[in-house]
Design a protein around this ligand. Structure first.
Ligand code: PLP
Length: 394
């Protein structure tokens, strides 16, 4: 990506003039088109009425599904729009029938919300949650996964990119194993959509959950679930309402045939349109170019941080993405975050409470998380590195 384009992308992002933003794995800075789309819809809603405007904008709202499908290479009928990535993932996971002795295979870096759901369902049903070992470089070991398969495995459920580091799991290699064995495959792509080019057919997942506000740069409060068309009708959502199903007789209901069966009737049209604007924008920028720049900026940052005495970089993975994690000797992660924030540099932290198995295995309680996006510059990397070095010297 040429410098000129980065300058243009930054000029389209008002937040770039305010802060140095390395919290794109938390919530990124949206481009103006996203903010304008959301705000103008809300203003219009207040003027003419919520239901009335939704009616008038029916076609634009239907087109949201095409925009979202476009970002992951799916069909629009395979998309459900929901509140966030966790609810998307929950709707998929809790809807999969599991019983005593059934097995779910997952990975060491699984997000806490997912693992809590595994534990709850295991407690209720007697299903077993099993963690596939990692390779020496830290990603899920696909050979070990293959060896663990038997006819009691009901689900393979992993993350593409974890919450707490640069790791990129081999999602497509896992997909080939899942497809060969005919086992449903749920991919938590919350941190990868918008960061890494995604094609659900190349990956071979049956279910994929994601959010709007992170690498996609959309608004907060909206996310989506992809459900492969071949399995939609075999999955009855754990919860239904009058949008996911129709009450057709006193004691009868019919579940709708598309992925919208996983949605609720009430939603925010403004946020959905903002999500669509973010997807269209991401496609315009170019997912491949975005990924190349994110990965190379993050590699520069890791190398520069690792050169600072007292700083340890923690990322694992043969392939590493935009999430850079580190610690500063003698400083709590939150103190590093505060120090940087006072200088208008945004980072976040990850603790053992967000990815317990991985953090415990590595003896880590917490790390500082600096997540880069394509609109970050090398000057911004220098500012971060110099400020961390200053703190490390004190
Ligand atoms: C890997 C991963 N999965 C899922 C989530 C949950 O996303 P949300 O907060 O939109 O529910 C996160 C959030 O940080 C995450 O990092």
């Amino acid at each position: 990506m040429a410098d000129l384009e980065v300058a243009k992308l930054r000029s389209e992002t008002p937040g770039c003039a305010e802060v140095v933003h390395f919290n794109n794995a938390g919530a990124s800075l949206p481009p103006s088109i996203v903010v304008d789309t959301v705000v103008s819809y809300l203003v219009e809603e207040a003027r003419v009425g919520g239901y009335e405007l939704a009616d008038r904008r029916r076609e634009d709202l239907a087109a949201v599904y095409r925009s979202v499908a476009g970002i992951i290479g799916s069909h629009e009928d395979e998309i459900a729009l929901v509140d966030n990535a966790t609810r998307a993932w929950d709707m998929a996971f809790y809807s999969i029938p599991l019983g005593e002795g059934d097995r779910v295979l997952t990975t060491t870096s699984e997000y806490a919300a997912n693992f809590i759901a595994y534990l709850q369902v295991a407690r209720r049903t007697g299903a077993h949650i099993e963690v596939v070992p990692d390779t020496p470089t830290g990603e899920i070991d696909v050979d070990a996964l293959e060896r663990m398969l038997d006819d009691r495995v009901r689900l393979i459920s992993i993350n593409h990119v974890p919450t707490n580091g640069g790791l990129v799991n081999p999602a497509a290699a896992v997909g080939r194993i899942a497809q060969d064995a005919g086992i449903p495959y749920l991919l938590d792509a919350c941190q990868s959509v918008g960061q890494i080019p995604i094609d659900v057919d190349e990956i071979g997942c049956d279910l994929l959950s994601a959010t709007s506000r992170k690498y996609l740069r959309g608004p907060r409060g909206v996310g989506f679930l992809y459900v492969r068309d071949t399995i939609i009708e075999s999955l009855e959502p754990i919860m239904l309402d009058l949008h996911g199903a129709r009450w057709v007789a006193r004691d009868e209901y019919e579940v709708r045939r598309d992925a919208k069966r996983f949605e609720t009737w009430e939603s925010s049209p403004a946020l959905r349109l903002g999500l669509a604007a973010a997807c269209d924008y991401a496609l315009d920028v170019g997912p491949g170019a975005a990924w190349d720049r994110i990965a190379s900026l993050a590699a520069i940052l890791r190398a520069a941080l690792a050169r600072i005495p007292g700083v340890t970089v923690h990322d694992k993975g043969a392939v590493k993405g935009g999430i850079v994690t580190f610690s500063v000797a003698g400083r709590e992660a939150s103190a590093v975050q505060d120090y940087l924030q006072q200088r208008r540099i945004n980072v976040s932290t990850s603790s053992v409470y967000s990815a317990r198995i991985d953090m415990q295995e590595r003896g880590l309680d917490e790390v500082v998380r600096a997540s880069v996006h394509y609109f970050n510059t090398e000057d911004e990397l220098d500012r971060l590195v110099n400020t961390v070095a200053q703190l490390a010297r004190h």
